[in-house]
Design a binder for this molecule. Structure first.
Ligand SMILES: Nc1ncnc2c1ncn2[C@@H]1O[C@H](COP(=O)(O)OP(=O)(O)OP(=O)(O)O)[C@@H](O)[C@H]1O
Ligand SMILES: [Mg+2]
Length: 391
């Protein structure tokens, strides 16, 4: 969590892109001191450009003694040598020009890495790790991308560090759904194979500004998919879960070897069903395959999408065919394609609509409540591979 110390009420919105959603804005030194005292989860204090330098240095000096792991970053309208030396002498980690949001995001990332080293979880096994949640269906067009983009957006927007990885490597449409223009994609992870670290991971990410969701997009050239070996995907996801509370994986409509690798290290699978016979048959086959691979039943979260469609098949028929209970019913709504066409995820576009409420229930009850230990690590250590028999 970050604190933004700034007297400007609009400051939080201004710096949200760089700081993420897990940031609390406070307007006085006394408030900052109180929150720092009460809340040990605070990792950074970012001090706004209008806070007097003396007050900023006082805070940094006392934090250096009381909370050496705390990163203090100073924003200034103009960065000059005097300010820089005074700030660094007081123990601040960085001084950044207030209008350079990219530099601020970089400074926070560097500072976070330093904090993680200081508190002893450098991302090695044993430290608190997040959860990989793979969204899958063996049939195309059932709503995998709709679910994964909206689950990711909702989790990120409501404060969890969330990464969405588009594993539909040839035909991924996460970027277009979120109207992202990525500079890099998962194909760029290939060159970092074997030594992918937090910085490398960050370089692959495109951030969805409205929610703070980080995204690793699929290659724009479908031919590039073949160049991405499975072990690169596994490495990428393993590194990612060290730095995010949730890593949501969107998939193509078949069990590719990349999908199997993702399932293997996932904490849960969100399986999408719809009320049509081919989709139910394919889901049945997918569930049989998962059974054969030793994937535990309790890790499956079945979502019935377009659950209210009047097409002759009923939800009960689906349950008896797949022999797995439905966790959440998501209704059909024209607001979904309309939101995709606008490039705004439905959970932001129509927050109180029935589709959004169902996706929020899925995220809060079936993901957050179940894996709430991700942030403090208490439950993550019990996480198992989905494919027990292969371990
Ligand atoms: N609940 C819903 N109500 C109305 N339309 C929906 C709903 N869910 C998904 N759709 C629409 O169905 C279409 C397919 O959805 P989506 O792209 O999410 O499926 P997919 O499983 O990812 O497909 P693919 O296998 O091709 O990647 C989209 O046009 C989407 O807007
Ligand atoms: Mg899709």
């Amino acid at each position: 969590m970050n604190i933004l110390w700034d007297s400007d009420p609009a400051a939080l919105d201004k710096y949200r892109f760089a700081l993420g959603n897990d940031t609390q804005a406070l307007d006085s030194a006394a408030m900052v001191a109180r929150v720092l005292h009460d809340n040990l989860a605070v990792q950074h204090v970012i001090i706004g450009p209008d806070v007097p330098l003396e007050s900023a240095c006082d805070l940094a000096e006392s934090a250096r003694l009381d909370r050496p792991e705390l990163g203090v970053i100073l924003l200034r309208h103009r960065v000059d040598v005097t300010t820089l030396s005074q700030a660094l002498r007081s123990g601040m980690r960085e001084v950044v020009a207030a209008d350079d949001h990219t530099a601020l995001a970089d400074a926070v990332r560097r500072s976070r890495e330093l904090t993680m080293k200081l508190v002893g979880h450098s991302g090695d096994a044993g430290g608190p790790e997040g959860h990989i949640i793979t969204v899958f269906s063996a049939k195309g067009g059932v709503g995998k991308t709709t679910m994964s983009t909206n689950i990711g957006t909702y989790l990120a927007h409501s404060g969890s560090r969330t990464l969405l990885v588009d594993l539909d490597l040839s035909f991924g449409d996460v970027a277009i759904s979120l109207q992202l223009i990525p500079d890099r994609s998962s194909a760029d992870a290939v060159g970092m194979s074997g030594h992918l670290d937090a910085q490398g991971l960050q370089s692959l990410v495109t951030t969805h500004a409205d929610s703070g969701l980080d995204v690793i997009c699929a290659p724009s050239d479908p031919g590039d998919a073949e160049r991405i070996p499975v072990h690169v995907v596994t490495e990428l996801l393993k590194v990612a879960r060290q730095h995010y509370d949730y890593v949501i994986v969107d998939t193509p409509p078949s069990f590719t070897e990349h999908v199997l690798a993702a399932c293997d290290i996932s904490s849960a699978l969100v399986l999408i069903a719809t009320l049509d016979i081919p989709a139910v048959k394919n889901l049945r086959v997918a569930i049989d395959t998962l059974d054969m691979l030793g994937s535990p039943k309790e890790a499956r979260i079945v979502v019935l999408n377009r659950a209210d469609a009047k097409v002759g098949l009923r939800p009960e028929d689906v349950v008896s065919a797949i022999k797995t209970p439905i966790a959440v019913n998501v209704p059909s709504s024209m607001t979904v394609p309309a939101s995709v066409n606008r490039g705004v995820p439905i959970v932001l576009d129509d927050r109180r609509g029935t589709v959004s409420l169902a996706i929020r229930e899925l995220s809060d009850v079936h993901i957050r409540q179940r894996f709430g230990g991700a942030v403090n690590g208490a439950e993550t250590r019990q996480r198992k591979s989905l494919f027990r028999s292969r371990k």
